[in-house]
Design a protein around this ligand. Structure first.
Ligand SMILES: C[S@@+](CC[C@H](N)C(=O)[O-])C[C@H]1O[C@@H](n2cnc3c(N)ncnc32)[C@H](O)[C@@H]1O
Length: 234
């Protein structure tokens, strides 16, 4: 039970939603699709139908071994066991019903990658954080996502579409990359937001650069925040 919770093991049981997710992914015959979190494999037959290759990664060894048995005769499927965020895999399309506890990791990992588009299911509240463009509620992850990704909220999914049902509802996002940033810049954006109530002048002093402004992070654009984060890295 503890493992289930940590790994976000709420399996999709709705064929209708599985089909919608795969239709948003718009897989073409030359696509290499990466799926993070094989689970019980509800998306696999649908993804394999159209893709050149599907790589599906599952952290839980038992689920990985089950999938190996179930899908042993699918020629364009590669199943891997382990933490997908620690593997260096290339793909054109990413599809994942993400474990909720790893949504942030997934976004920070994704903005460092080159790909065509991604279809991610996340907790509804997290989706709202990602698309937050301004105001006091804007967080480091909103800035990272806002600068690097075009995000379209495609579909809300009720918790009853999963077994066991999670406590919260989900949203399916279609994501197209705009800009790539490095791990150093991501780390600096997170550091900047740890001082988010302070003026830019004060933040600059803390980070060892000069910023001649009494504005706060909430008053400036995603691009301006990224520029400050890049200056710190230099
Ligand atoms: C929300 S379930 C979705 C499973 C399946 N794709 C579905 O739609 O029903 C998330 C799955 O991701 C797996 N998982 C969690 N963290 C992972 C990671 N870092 N790398 C690969 N798989 C992971 C979990 O064990 C779980 O099977």
């Amino acid at each position: 039970m503890i493992k289930r919770k940590l790994l976000g093991q709420h399996f999709l049981i709705s064929d209708k939603i599985a089909k919608s997710i795969v239709s948003f992914a718009d897989v073409k015959p030359d696509d290499i699709v990466l799926e993070i979190g094989t689970g019980k494999g509800i998306l696999i037959p649908l993804l394999c139908k159209d893709a050149k290759k599907v790589i599906s990664v599952e952290k839980d060894e038992m689920l990985y071994l089950q999938a190996k048995k179930t899908f042993s005769d699918v020629p364009n499927l590669v199943l891997e066991q382990g933490d997908a965020f620690k593997k260096d895999l290339s793909f054109t399309v990413l599809v994942s019903n993400l474990p909720y506890s790893e949504s942030r990791t997934a976004i920070e990992w994704l903005v460092q990658k080159k790909f065509k588009h991604a279809v991610l299911m996340v907790q509804k509240e997290f989706a709202q954080k990602l698309v937050k463009k301004e105001g006091k509620e804007r967080r480091a992850i909103s800035v990272i996502a806002g600068y690097c990704l075009d995000i379209d909220e495609k579909l809300d999914v009720k918790n009853t579409s999963f077994r066991p049902p999670p406590k919260v509802d989900s949203t399916v996002l279609l994501i197209v990359p705009k800009n790539i940033i490095s791990k150093d810049v991501i780390d600096n954006i997170n550091k900047l937001f740890s001082f988010r109530r302070k003026t830019l002048r004060h933040i600059g002093k803390k980070m060892g650069i000069e910023i001649d402004s009494d504005k706060r992070l909430e008053d400036i654009s995603d691009g301006e925040i990224i520029n400050i984060a890049k200056q710190i890295t230099k």
